[in-house]
Every structure is written in C-alpha cells, then in structure tokens.
Design a protein around this ligand. Sequence first.
Ligand code: EPU
Length: 428
Amino acid sequence: MEKFVISGGKPLKGSVRISGAKNAAVAILPAILLTDEPCTVENLPEISDVTTILRTMQSLGAEVKVINKSTVQINPKNVNSYVVTKEMAEGMRASSYFLGALLGRMNKARVAPPGGCDFGVRPIDQHIKGFEALGARVTIDSGMVDARAERLSGSSIYLDVVSVGATINIMLAAARVSGLTIIENAAREPHIVDLANFLNSMGANIMGAGTNIIKIRGVEKLHGTDYSIIPDQIEAGTYMLAAAATKGDVLIENVTPKHLESIIAKLLEVGATVEEFDEAVRVSMSNRPKQCKVKTMPHPGFPTDMQPQMATLLSVAEGTSIITEGVWDSRFRYVDQLTKMGAKIQVDGKMAVITGVDELTSAPVKAVDLRAGAAMIIAGLMAKGITEVEDIDHIDRGYEKLAEKLRELGADICRMPIIPTDAQLMDA
Ligand code: EPU
C-alpha cells in the first residue's frame, strides 16, 4: 500500500498534457466486443480502470496486444464467454457496460453488479429498463445480473433520470439489433459522443449523440476500426482548479475547450484568468478566490466529478459559497477529510455551505473516492506543511501519472509505501 506525501504551498507553474478520457475509454473498450475484427484504440489513459477492463476482456477470450503505453490492439474474434465475475466487476462501475456489449454480441450476458465509487445507492434500473424494452429478460440471481434474449429488436426508451451509464449501455445493446432504437432524455456527456463516434467508425448508424434524443438504427455487422479517444474533461478540470487553488499559472494541453465551458465559467466567476486556445487552456490566479454558488448537473452543467475539487478551491474563498449536488445522493463524504485540514463546511443533505478560511493546514487524510482523492491532492498542494493522502488506489483508477505530472509543474509530491504498524502486522 502506498500514500502520496505532499509538501504544499508552492504555486503550480508550467504546462501539463492531459491523457485520454477515462469514462470514454471504459465504454469504448467493451464496445469492441460488438465486432469480430481487430480494433486499435489510441490515447488510452494509463490508469487502473483501463487495466481492469482489458483484463476482463482477456478473461472473456479477447486477444489484447499492447502497441505502446497508450495504444492497444484488441482482437475479439475468440470471445466465447458471457460471464463477468464479481472479482472482475467489483472494482469498477463501468463493468456494467459488459452487460450491453455482451447482450449486443451474444444475446446473453451475466455480470456481477458493478462496484466503483461509493455515492450512496447506485441503481441500474434504467439500464435494465432499456434492455427489457429491446426484448431481453433481466433477472438477478446468485448475486449476478443476468440478461438474455431470443432476439432483440429496436424500441423507444424514455430514461426517467438522465443516466450516462444507461445511455451507454442501451447504445451498446442496440447498435446491432434490427430496427430503430430511440433513447429519449439521454445523457449528453462528451464520452457519449465519443462512444457514438467510435461505434459509427465501426459501421454503426447512431445519430443525435450529444443531444437528449439518440437514434440508433441497428446494423447487422460491425467491423474493426482505428480510433483515438478524446481528452479527459475531468483530468483537465482538476489541473485547472489545482492551478487556481495554488495561485499558479498552468497551460493545460491536449484538451477540448468546449468540454470545459462550465468549469471555465466558474473559474472566471471566482476571479481566475482563463485563456482558451484550439487545444489548450491556460489558467492563472493571483488573488484569493471569490465566493460563488455551484450546482452540479448532467452535461452541459457543472460536472459532479469536479464537485469535490471545486469545494476545495472554495474552502479558501472570500465569503460563503454554496455547492448543491444535483446528480448523486451522497457525494460529500470527503468533507470530513477537508475539515481536518481546517476547511469550514457544513453539509445539509445535497447542499454544502462553505465558509472560506484564510488557508488550509496540512493533515493526514484519506481519498474516500476517486474525485475526492483529487480534491485531497489539491488541498495538500494548497496547504503549507506536509499532507499525507492515503487510500490512493482510488486516485490510481482515474489519474494517469498524477505525481509525475504535478512534479513537472513544480509540486513537491511523491508516493511512499505505507509501513504497517506492529498491530497491523500481527493482524495480517
Ligand atoms: N441512476 C438511476 N438509475 C439508473 C442509473 C442511474 O437512478 O439506472 C441515477 C444515479 O443514482 C444518479 C444519476 O442517475 O443519481 C446519474 O447516474 P449515471 O448513471 O449518469 O452515472 P454512472 O453512469 O454510474 C457516470 C460516471 C461517473 C459520473 C456520472 C455522472 C462512468 C464510468 N462513470 O457514472 O463518473 O459521476 O456518470 O456524470 O462514466 C468518476 O469518473 O469519478 C465518476 C464517478
């Protein structure tokens, strides 16, 4: 086990290159199961969620060839299993995408319930509603989600809640079924558009991705493709907020500025300077941030996956800020960790009231989930003194080479092994 050790108080300066999008990669890789031909995927982030997906694909029978650190070639020709076990599924939310992909490939899928970050209840009823509308029978037995169909056919599905996962899973299941599938109230995140572009590059016929109505005209066969994944909106946003929070000046390269609009708007509101280029943004800040109100919403709203990082920046703002979480029931579990560092935050249900303090102070904290972990790193970079962040396997799920990238920007951060205490050794 390891921890990050940060000696904070130094402004981030320089440039950082953003990796491929985690949430696009974890949808696009399972989508390869919809063909029998090899596919090459470039710009994959080097993160543990991608490794887990690749391992799962191998266990199903796919051949995975690593071309270089961000490119793999996958040949799914010999995939003959439709079962994703608990061991494979539990580390990650995106394991649910094997339900849609295997259903689309083999008309059957048996997948252990997905894991991932703990934000309270994480239902998959809308995924199931979609599969059933396409003609599948979905049951839960022996702790596995089992979906089967004699034959799937196109259908209209209205999502009761805007769900990224359900939109993706229905697109996967429907890409090859006969007839027209319409998803209404679909999610519009950049990774939904990326998945649609990927499937279309395999010969699928998907229209409307990026709007709230997606139309999928099923095709009989999909072919192999070469595809490069979009840059990670949330990794980019995390470095943008880290630049502002440390009163730094950072050029964030390999981004799609359009995907960052809601984050840029909030940074401008708190007083940062943001310059946009074709494939880069530069963020700098010299003063204390101003207070603001933030409400997280599905895209194009302010992303819930930037909420903990934003709360960290606002913890030192002038005045009182309010964050309302509009996507998840319970996404403030990290607040206890931030208050250990001197932040003044009161949570009432889905709302956090943040009274800005002059500065954060270093303390030992934990990454309670992936983005909460990123927030603790930003807090550690802001606070003078040594901050230790434990449970960093959450962070490794979604941020490629975090310490290396931050060191390039002048941060003092390293990974250190956690030495177990005598009592822990006795227990082991
Ligand atoms: N929901 C339902 N029923 C469903 C599905 C979702 O009620 O069948 C509800 C959820 O409880 C939640 C809301 O709908 O309140 C949105 O959930 P969504 O399905 O959109 O989330 P997800 O697909 O499980 C993805 C990202 C998350 C991100 C959310 C929201 C991936 C692999 N995960 O999760 O990303 O927070 O969308 O944007 O794409 C992260 O990257 O750190 C992360 C947690």
